[in-house]
Design a protein around this ligand. Structure first.
Ligand SMILES: Cc1cc2nc3c(=O)[nH]c(=O)nc-3n(C[C@H](O)[C@H](O)[C@H](O)COP(=O)(O)O)c2cc1C
Length: 312
């Protein structure tokens, strides 16, 4: 999730969800080909399995970017066909590509020919008035011909005019049944449902109809809930928030020694104790900009200790 997630966030989520497939935020092919590729591609081996999400609409550029990502070790290359932001639209990629299934097929085909790892798509149910089941089927059929076998479906349409990206994640209604329908319609393909999945019961319900569940905002705001949802899929016991943060602290200390600013890592951990006694004090302490600037991991210890006392 752009502006929210990064490799530190993924490391934390890996601790919460040991077997989940993690995703990068969208990285444009252009940025990889002409920008700081090494920094953009960096991840910790613990993050496996991890997919990189690319943005773009030029088959050659996407193929070159996919090759770089595969060489860096990513397990899957995902093409963003769901982002509604005006800037992304101006670049002729993201959700507006749902209107150009032939071009998406060519992009997927070029990427699939360039790498051995799976090339997948994240999309919506449609855009603007173009959101019938017929058009969605045509999009899936056409792009599957390019070599896509797995689709992550954000189960609402995108409205490209008049809504901000945030509104586009809330205003168009969720239509899970339309995502479920795809699985019956295309039994050779895999469909992962996304959008508004907030608890274990919802995860279990969706899994009766589709091949997987993708979780965005709830995972970010509440990694403890992510841990619980992970057990709804894979069984076992969720890692408790204390063990999670103890393990993350080890990572934070290693990264601090390499020069990573403390706040780059702690900002993802503000929600770990969401709903527990003392969570507000923990958050407040971890948001202390003066102490964050000192890059001293003792801040994290102090924040945890403050919770310890509140719980005791
Ligand atoms: C801040 C933010 C940034 C996002 N960036 C991306 C992105 O880079 N790529 C993407 O496919 N979806 C992105 N999304 C959308 C989410 O992946 C997801 O599809 C959407 O939030 C609905 O799922 P949720 O209800 O589980 O959050 C973003 C969402 C948020 C809140």
């Amino acid at each position: 999730m752009m502006a929210w997630t990064d490799r530190h966030c993924r490391y934390l989520h890996r601790l919460a969800a040991p077997r989940a497939l993690l995703f990068t935020e969208m990285i444009t092919a252009n940025a990889l080909l002409h920008g700081p590729a090494e920094r953009l591609l960096r991840f910790d081996p613990e993050e496996h399995p991890v997919a990189i999400q690319l943005g773009g609409s030029d088959p050659n550029d996407l193929a070159r970017a996919a090759r770089l990502a595969e060489q860096a070790g990513y397990d899957e290359i995902n093409l963003n066909v769901g982002c509604p932001s005006p800037r992304v639209r101006e670049g002729r990629f993201g959700a507006c590509l749902m209107l150009e299934p032939g071009l998406v097929r060519d992009c997927i085909g070029a990427m699939a020919a360039a790498v051995r790892v799976p090339v997948t798509i994240k999309c919506r149910l449609g855009v603007d008035a173009a959101d019938s089941d017929e058009l969605l089927d045509r999009f899936i059929e056409t792009t599957a011909a390019g070599g896509c076998r797995v689709y992550y479906i954000h189960a609402r349409k995108a409205l490209l005019a008049g809504l901000t990206p945030a509104q586009n994640r809330a205003v168009p209604p969720l239509q899970y049944d339309r995502a479920y329908r795809l699985r019956a319609r295309f039994p050779a393909l895999r469909f992962i449902v996304n959008g508004g999945v907030e608890d274990c019961a919802a995860v279990a319900r969706h899994l009766e109809h589709v091949d997987g569940v993708m979780i965005g905002r709830t995972a970010y705001h509440n990694p403890g809930r992510l841990a619980a949802m992970h057990t709804a899929v894979y069984g076992g016991h969720p890692v408790d928030s204390w063990s999670l943060m103890r393990a993350y602290l080890g990572y934070v200390e290693r990264e601090l020694a390499l020069g990573t600013p403390l706040n780059d890592m702690t900002r993802h951990a503000l929600g770990v104790f969401a709903g527990l006694p003392g969570a507000r004090r923990y958050r407040r302490m971890l948001s202390d900009s003066t102490r964050l600037r000192a890059n001293d991991p003792a801040l994290l210890e102090d924040a945890l200790a403050c919770l310890d006392r509140a719980v005791a």
